[in-house]
Design a protein around this ligand. Structure first.
Ligand code: ADP
Ligand code: MG
Length: 476
């Protein structure tokens, strides 16, 4: 499809205040996915939509959601008609912000944000007083669904954004519970840039038989966007930290996101680069409180040149202006996660950005897996000149607190590798742990047990969810 020939939003059968808001947001012509989804979604059909990162999926569900409310507006106390679920709090906040823009010309549509890390009591009051549209993360939404304050029997539209992520272990049971409790005669819409085996199960359990499957990726010959320049660098284990330092130095005048596989690794590298190397770096991970997380994201959104160290918490859906570089310092969990991480740059038509994946020599086979998933990486050569950080590291290690951070980060790195699916590519058992320790500035390998399987965190949550599903009634 050629985006230049796509129709204008005005050609849709939607309410005037929405059109006015779109105009104010500077939007007139629909993107491909909006052109394909909107007419069907506006007629109330179930939709499964797959389209690349940055292709405008948010409005493809927000516009129909608002119409559902408009059609049901009356003078009575508002009831909850639509629920939008996001996998992360940051994405929920962003979606809520776009929703606020879209409904800014209506004075009788109400909405609220229901995410973890914020006051349950306030959220409960909002829900009790009645609100038309709820934007939520699954865990906290389910918590409220188990209280009397939240009446969801009128919900007629459910949206799952980044559906494959919401349905991954950890959230899966919460989502199953949410879906069984919501009214059956509702419209359901699933959106994502990638599909996984779990998406099929979700379609089966949550959607009507005549669901429309829309995929604007299908006729493309690659899974990532055209404006993205992507490559990989092979780096010996013990030089990884040095490489990162060099990368940050080179990109000081740019906006950069660096992905790590654990919170502890983010903390350690952030401490080292800011405190001991005087570099300007922000960080975000799931162990920070929500105020800190929101404040960091706002700062990153508004900066033109800065680096953000993050976990995959920031991989999904975030629409951050003008990110120049995506650095995958630790490898992604799979090819889908690769797509989402690099999807934080080169967003929207004609946009450009660059990405680099750092691999240890033993991990280079991952490039072939990416190729199978239609992701084509160049090998970046000449990136093996490293800064000598040894004196800085040795000085830093004399601080016991910093030393502890390094040990924790080492453990976090190993734990993340243990749960990777491609075990022969990311093989913990064959790794030289002394070299890995060295990459965290440690002289000796810390004493860490190696398990292959699910991490403790996920086991605990799975157990809790399984228990709930057997003790809580499943209808309302
Ligand atoms: P996705 O969810 O597909 O990754 P988003 O919905 O976050 O993408 O949108 C990506 C960017 O494209 C946003 O900045 C958004 O404002 C912009 N956008 C969305 N729809 C349009 C449109 N019809 N015309 C121009 N820009 C658009
Ligand atoms: Mg999105």
């Amino acid at each position: 499809m050629n985006e230049n020939l796509n129709p204008n939003f005005k050609e849709l059968n939607i309410s005037k205040p929405t059109l006015k808001a779109l105009k104010k947001m500077g939007l007139s012509q629909m993107t491909d996915i909006q052109t394909a989804v909107l007419p069907k979604a506006l007629s109330g059909d179930d939709i499964v939509a797959t389209a690349k990162t940055g292709s405008g999926k948010t409005l493809a569900f927000l516009i129909p959601v608002v119409e559902v409310v408009v059609r049901n507006l009356n003078d009575q106390i508002p009831v909850t008609l639509c629920i939008i679920i996001s996998p992360t709090r940051e994405l929920a906040i962003q979606t809520y912000t776009v929703l606020k823009d879209i409904i800014s010309f209506y004075n009788n549509i109400s909405s609220t944000l229901i995410i973890g890390g914020e006051s349950r009591k306030k959220q409960s009051e909002h829900l009790f007083n009645g609100v038309h549209i709820v934007v939520a993360t699954p865990g906290r939404l389910f918590d409220h669904m188990r209280t009397k304050e939240f009446d969801y029997k009128n919900v007629s539209c459910l949206v799952l954004d980044e559906a494959d992520k919401i349905y991954q272990y950890g959230f899966e049971e919460d989502l199953k519970q949410i879906i069984t409790r919501l009214p059956k005669d509702r419209q359901t819409m699933l959106f994502s840039a990638t599909k996984s085996e779990t998406t099929e199960a979700l379609i089966e359990s949550a959607m009507k038989e005549d669901v429309h499957i829309i995929n604007t990726n299908e006729d493309n010959d690659k899974a990532t966007v055209d404006g993205l320049k992507q490559g990989y660098v092979v780096c010996e284990t013990e030089y990884r930290l040095h490489w990162l330092h060099k990368m940050l130095k080179k990109s000081q005048k740019q906006k950069v996101m660096v992905f790590f596989s654990s919170c502890k690794s983010v903390v350690f590298h952030h401490e080292f680069m800011t405190r001991y190397c005087n570099l300007d770096v922000l960080c975000i991970h799931g162990k920070m409180n929500q105020d800190e997380r929101t404040c960091t994201m706002t700062q990153f959104y508004n900066s033109a040149k800065i680096a953000l160290f993050c976990t995959d918490l920031a991989a999904r859906g975030l629409d951050i202006p003008a990110v120049d570089w995506i650095v995958q310092f630790d490898p992604p969990s799979d090819t889908n996660e690769y797509i989402h991480r690099v999807g934080r740059t080169a967003r929207g038509s004609g946009a450009e950005g660059s990405a680099v994946l750092l691999l240890r020599p033993e991990e280079v086979e991952f490039v072939d897996y990416l190729k199978e998933a239609m992701i084509y990486l160049d090998k970046y050569e000449g990136w093996n000149q490293y800064s000598n950080l040894q004196p800085k590291l040795e000085a830093a290690m004399t601080d016991p607190e910093f030393h502890k951070m390094a040990v924790d980060a080492f453990e976090g790195y190993i734990r993340a590798l243990e749960v990777k699916r491609l075990k022969h590519v990311f093989n913990v058992l064959s790794m030289d742990m002394d070299l890995v320790a060295k990459s965290f500035g440690l002289k000796e390998k810390p004493d860490v047990d190696i398990h292959i399987g699910f991490s403790k965190k996920h086991r605990a949550r799975k157990r809790k969810a399984a228990l709930l599903s057997t003790t809580v009634g499943s209808t309302k």
